[in-house]
Design a protein around this ligand. Structure first.
Ligand SMILES: [Cu+2]
Length: 173
C-alpha cells in the first residue's frame, strides 16, 4: 500500500504541473492599495472594499504621491506590457479595493474624474472613457473578474478610465 502511494505521487505532481502551464495562460490584474478607513470616510462608504485595514495607502498619501509624480504606483495594471496571439481570452481580475476599468483606447488620455485627470497630467479624456456603454462594459468592481478577448491584431492600448495612469500596452499577433 505504501509503495503504491509513493509511486502514484510523482504522476499526480506531473499532471498538476501540466494543467497549470497549459490551462492558465495568464491573468491580467488591476491593483491598488487603498486604505478603507480614509478613502471611505472622504469619498463615501464602499469606495474602498479591501477587507483588511492592514497597511494600505491613506487618501492623504495617495494625493501626495499623485501631486508629486503624476501617478500613484500601487494603482496599476499588471503586467504593464503583454504579447498574446489573436483570439486569446484572458481573465482581468480586480485585486484592488476600488473599482477600476479595463478600457481599450485609441490613444491614452484622461478618464472620467477631472481632478485625477488634472493631477496626473491627462487633462483631455480619452473619448472611449466618456462613452457610457464602453465605460460600463469595461468596469471591473473590486474582487470581480471579467473575461477579455483580444480579437484584433496590432498594438492595443488599455487604461483605467478612473485612474488614467493605470495603463497597459498589448501586442496582439
Ligand atoms: Cu482605476
Amino acid at each position: 500500500m505504501r509503495r503504491f502511494i509513493l509511486s502514484l505521487a510523482p504522476a499526480l505532481v506531473l499532471a498538476a504541473a501540466c494543467s497549470d502551464s497549459s490551462g492558465t495562460p495568464g491573468t491580467i490584474s488591476l491593483r491598488d492599495d487603498c486604505d478603507p478607513a480614509s478613502f471611505n470616510a472622504a469619498l463615501g462608504a464602499g469606495t474602498c472594499l479591501h477587507s483588511t485595514t492592514t497597511a494600505g495607502t491613506t487618501l492623504t498619501s495617495f494625493n501626495a504621491e499623485l501631486q508629486a509624480s503624476g501617478k500613484v504606483a500601487a494603482w496599476r495594471i499588471v503586467p504593464p506590457t503583454l504579447t498574446v496571439s489573436e483570439g486569446t481570452v484572458l481573465p482581468v481580475v480586480n485585486l484592488g479595493g476600488e473599482t477600476h476599468t479595463y478600457t481599450e483606447v485609441e490613444e491614452f488620455g484622461g478618464g472620467v474624474v477631472p481632478a485625477l485627470n488634472q493631477a496626473s497630467g491627462n487633462p483631455t479624456p480619452a473619448p472611449e472613457c466618456l462613452d457610457n456603454g464602453e465605460f460600463a462594459s469595461s468596469t471591473v468592481a473590486s474582487g470581480q473578474t471579467m473575461q477579455h478577448t483580444f480579437d484584433e491584431s496590432g498594438t492595443e492600448k488599455y487604461q483605467c478610465c478612473i485612474h488614467p495612469w493605470m495603463r497597459q500596452t498589448v501586442t496582439v499577433r
